[in-house]
Design a protein around this ligand. Sequence first.
Ligand SMILES: [Zn+2]
Length: 492
Amino acid sequence: MDGLAIERQREDCRKIAADRRWQVVQEYVDQSRSATDKTKKRPAYDQMVEDFDAGRFDAIVCYDLDRLTRQPRQLEDWIDAAEDRSLLLVTANGEADLTTDSGRLFARVKAAVARSEVERKSARQSRAQVQRAEQGRAPKGVRPLGYATDGSVIEHEAAAVRELYRLFAIRDGPSIAALAAALSGVHRDDAPRSVPHLPRHSRTLVQERNLRRAQEGETLAPVPDDGPWTSSTVLGILRNPRYAGYSVYTDKKDRRDKNKRRSWYAQILRDPDGQPVRAQWTPIVDDFTWLSVQERLDDQTRVTNRTGSTARKHLGSGLYLCGICDQPITAHSRGYRCRQGGHVTRTREHIDQWVLTVIRNRLAERDVADSLVSRDEPRLTAIHAEIAGHRGRVKRAQNDYDEQIIEGHDLKRIRDRELEMIELLETERRMLSTSTELGGVLDAPDPVAAFDDADLAIKRRVIDFLCTVRLLPHPRGRRGFDPESVVIAPRE
Ligand SMILES: [Zn+2]
């Protein structure tokens, strides 16, 4: 066993002793020595037997029964000791708590011994996975889009991930289906063009595996045809906490969890204080964007809307208000209509043209950027750098721990301190980011041009941010469009 594995076992065992308020008399470690081979000497084990006979302790905590011994004769001795001399024997994997009555004892010991080696091995492996996650290392297994197996960023894929997140973080942004179409290069009116087209990830993975197989002279697996990305794959990308740099761990139980929406949160590994564990890999999206995406995914209206897309196709639907009842109006064939009481039915085109004209005029005013609560870019840049600095310190401490320069409690102390700083900075960053919510339109060098270039969803948000639009009924007996029938009031 390597040192880390021993450390892991020790940690688990010490926790049991602490939970039961047992005083640890002695630790017995036989590193790299088989518990099966009778001919192999296990000095620590022999010492333990001697100490027990001398009455130096009355309980044993071991990581697993097979760490204690795998020789039936020795096991019988311990069972006798438990029954005759009240030895308490507890295993860290919790399957043989012999502190209960001795009747259950024998059955459990038998069961533990009979368990297949394969099962035991997989339990140790999953413990190792938890440890990897606790240290913020990249999980083993299939690599997600944007990351290599070692956790480094694959830039052209990361660019796609970043764009998917950016667009979906917008409250009325494109639907998942539209994003899947964009990623597939499939033409669709609502598919944003800014998303790069990528071959399906499953296909890329097979090709990469084949490359390795070819190098090792193995037979190649059939490469699946490229096809369109599915919405569920895109959903998986948008839900993955790894992109925000959160350390994750799923055990098999979680994967069976039917409530997928919750289980994505449950995947984020948390430290004993409930704080998410920061991973060592580079995040592809920032926390704020990731959380905004989760919020939109969790939004009940999306879940109940069975028709799929909730992306608005028109500038004013749900945004403009009825001038009579003040309720949001909806789009209806070529018009806008108050659904509440049919107070207003108007032709869409003229109204939208007029609203856009008014907004452009407002954006052309010199002070428009001042309406942002804060647009302190230098501070945002500074925050970004400071966060990177604190993360670097955590990483260095992690390395020092791996190199055995510092102890586990030093690592924890440093991490706690740095993560607290990071959290404060993140909060500040969140407070400063109204600008990004509005697609950077208001503080762009040329706000009018930025507005014209922006997606429909951003345009709607800018309108919403700057003013409220109310539609009055079309004046009787009047032909053509009357600007006075659209009341555009600046927001306070
Ligand atoms: Zn109305």
